[in-house]
Design a protein around this ligand. Structure first.
Ligand code: NAG
Ligand code: NAG
Ligand code: NAG
Length: 479
C-alpha cells in the first residue's frame, strides 16, 4: 500500500517495486505482525502524536517507580486491573493519522488484559472507505466491538461503561449530539485524550464539557501548559486534572530497530532506490510536507551546510538530504517551492523526495541523522523522534514543543531555534555531525539508551495505567 517514491527523479521503476515486494517478504519472515503494524503506522503525524504519561510535575516519580524498570519480571501488564472493565473509546474519525492510531493502540493494550472494549467513530465518510474498512476489521479481529456513533446502543454503552475515552478535542461534539440529557451522568467517567495544539481547537463547541470530565491526558508538558493557558484566557474555562502522557515505541518497531539483519536489508534497499552510496551521509526529515514542519528551512540549512563543507574543504563523505512525506496534491504550492529551490541551487543530486508513506522503518534504517524541524510551537510530542532514536539515530531538532522533552541537547542530539534564526545553527549542526563521526554514533547510542529507559510501550502502558486508575477512582466516587 505504501509506495515510497522519489518524486524528484524517475528513480523508481517497476523493478524497484518488485524489489520492494521481495524486501517486504524478507521482513515478513521476521514477523508478520511487525509488517502489518508497520504498514498501518502513520508517519503523517498530526501536530501532536505522543503519549507517555505522568502527572504534570510527577514525571520523575513515576518514571523511576520500581515497576518502571524494563525487566517486567512479573510479566503482568500494568493495566491488568482493567480486566473485565467495560471501556468505550470515542474517536472523532478513523484514518491512518496519529490520533486514531494511538487510540487503536490503547484499544489493543486493553484487550490484551481482558477488558471489554467498544469503539465508536464519530465522523465516518458517507461512502464505503477502504481505510475505515481495514482498520475496523483489524479491531474486530482483536475482539474490539464496533458501534454506530448514534443511537440507543451508543447511549446505553456510555451509561454502562466503567470508563469513556474521548480522543482529540473534536470528539467533544459527540457528547451533546448523541448523549443529550445523559451528558452529566457520563462526564465523571470521561478521560479526554488531547493531541492538538492549534488555535482552532480552542472553541467552546468542542470543549465546553472539558472542565467537568474526570481527567485530561495530553502528549507533552508543553502542550498541557498551552491548553491550560488557552482555555483560561480564550474561553474562560478551567482544565480538569491533567496528566502528561508521552508516547512509547511499539514492540514491532523495536523489533525491527533491534534486528541488525533487517536493518541492513532495509538500508541497502532504500539507498539503492535513492541512488545513495553506503558510505554517503543521509540527513532526513520524515513528516508530511507542510510549512509547519519546516522542510523549506531544512533545505536551506542543508544547502548552507554544503557551502560550508566546500568553503572549508572539509573531508567528509557526500552528504544527502531526504524529505519523506511529499504529497503534491495536498501541498502543491509549498511542494513546488521546495522543488524550485533545489533546482535553483543545483542540488538535485543531493536532495531526494519520497511520497508520504505509512512505512517509516525502512527510512529510519537507511538514514544517518533525523531532522525534526517543526516550527512555531513545535511538535505536540513527535513520535518519529523516539522512533528514530530507537534506530540509534541522533536528532537535529527545533528547540520547541515535545522535541525538548525527548532530545537531550548535546547528548542525544543538537537543538536549534525555530524560524529563520535556526537555519544557520542547523547548517552548522549538520556539518558538525558530518565531520564528527564518533560524536554522531555516540549520540545515536545515547538516544537509543534513552528510549530503552522511558519511551517503550511498557513505559507508556504504566503511565496510562496511572491515569486510568485515577479516573476509575473518581468515577466511583461520583456514583
Ligand atoms: C507520488 O505522488 C505523486 C503526486 O501525488 C504521484 O503523481 C506519483 O505517482 C507518486 N509516486 C509514487 C511512486 O507513488
Ligand atoms: C501561560 O501564561 C503565562 C502567564 O500569562 C505565561 O507566562 C506563559 O508563558 C504562558 N505559557 C504558554 C505556554 O503560553
Ligand atoms: C544546546 O546546546 C548548545 C551548546 O551548549 C547551546 O548553545 C544551546 O543554547 C542549547 N540549546 C537549548 C535549546 O538548550
Amino acid at each position: 500500500m505504501a509506495k515510497p517514491t522519489s518524486s524528484s527523479s524517475s528513480s523508481f521503476h517497476l523493478q524497484s517495486l518488485k524489489k520492494k515486494k521481495w524486501l517486504l517478504t524478507i521482513l515478513a519472515l521476521f514477523s508478520i505482525s511487525t509488517l502489518i503494524v508497520l504498514l498501518i503506522r502513520a508517519n503523517i503525524s498530526p501536530s501532536c502524536d505522543d503519549r507517555l504519561l505522568y502527572g504534570a510535575k510527577d514525571s520523575d516519580k513515576i518514571l523511576n517507580s520500581p515497576s518502571g524498570s524494563s525487566s517486567s519480571s512479573s510479566r503482568s501488564s500494568p493495566l491488568h486491573f482493567m480486566k473485565s472493565k467495560l471501556v468505550l473509546l470515542v474517536s472523532h474519525q478513523l484514518t491512518l493519522s496519529g490520533g486514531p492510531l494511538l487510540l487503536m493502540e490503547l484499544a489493543f493494550l486493553l484487550r490484551g488484559v481482558g477488558a471489554e472494549v467498544v469503539w465508536i467513530t464519530y465522523q465516518k465518510p458517507a461512502e464505503p472507505d477502504e481505510v475505515v474498512y481495514s482498520l475496523e476489521n483489524k479491531m474486530l479481529d482483536r475482539g474490539v466491538q464496533i458501534l454506530h456513533a448514534k443511537g440507543q446502543k451508543a447511549i446505553d454503552t456510555a451509561l454502562k461503561a466503567d470508563l469513556v475515552v474521548l480522543n482529540t478535542a473534536v470528539a467533544g461534539k459527540w457528547l451533546d449530539a448523541v448523549l443529550k440529557d445523559n451528558v452529566p451522568r457520563v462526564l465523571p467517567k470521561i478521560l479526554w485524550w488531547i493531541h492538538e495544539m492549534r488555535g482552532h481547537y480552542f472553541t467552546l463547541e468542542y470543549v465546553k464539557h472539558l472542565p467537568f470530565v474526570a481527567a485530561a491526558m495530553i502528549d507533552s508538558h508543553t502542550t498541557a501548559e498551552y491548553w491550560k493557558n488557552r482555555t483560561k484566557e480564550r474561553l474562560g474555562v478551567k482544565m480538569p486534572d491533567t496528566f502528561v502522557v508521552h508516547l512509547g515505541n511499539s514492540k514491532d518497531l523495536m523489533e525491527v530497530a533491534e534486528t541488525s539483519v533487517a536493518k541492513r536489508v532495509l538500508r541497502e534497499h532504500v539507498r539503492a532506490t535513492l541512488g545513495v552510496q553506503n558510505e554517503d551521509l543521509l540527513f532526513a526529515i520524515i513528516n508530511s510536507v507542510s510549512r509547519g514542519k519546516g522542510q523549506d528551512l531544512f533545505l536551506r540549512a542543508f544547502q548552507e551546510s554544503l557551502q560550508i563543507i566546500k568553503e572549508k574543504k572539509l573531508q567528509v563523505p557526500p552528504v544527502h538530504a531526504l524529505v519523506v512525506g511529499s504529497d503534491m496534491n495536498a501541498q502543491t504550492k509549498f511542494e513546488t517551492e521546495l522543488r524550485s529551490f533545489v533546482i535553483e541551487k543545483k542540488i538535485q543530486n543531493r536532495v531526494h523526495f519520497v511520497n508520504k508513506t505509512l512505512t517509516v522503518a525502512p527510512y529510519l534504517a537507511a538514514i544517518d541523522v533525523l531532522v525534526q524541524n517543526s516550527q512555531a510551537r513545535g511538535e505536540c510530542f513527535g513520535r518519529i523522534t523516539i522512533e528514530a532514536m530507537a534506530f540509534q539515530l541522533p536528532v537535529l531538532g527545533t528547540a520547541a514543543g515535545g522535541t525538548m522533552e525527548i532530545v537531550v541537547n548535546q547528548t542525544t542530539g543538537l537543538l536549534h531555534p525555530v524560524g529563520k534564526d535556526g537555519v544557520t545553527p542547523l547548517a552548522r549542526n549538520i556539518v558538525k555531525l558530518a565531520t564528527h563521526v564518533e560524536r554522531r554514533l555516540t549520540m545515536g547510542w545515547k538516544g537509543y539508551e534513552r528510549v530503552k529507559e522511558r519511551f517503550l510501550e511498557h513505559h507508556m502502558a504504566e503511565r496510562i495505567a496511572y491515569v486510568l486508575k485515577e479516573v476509575l477512582r473518581k468515577a466511583k466516587h461520583s456514583t
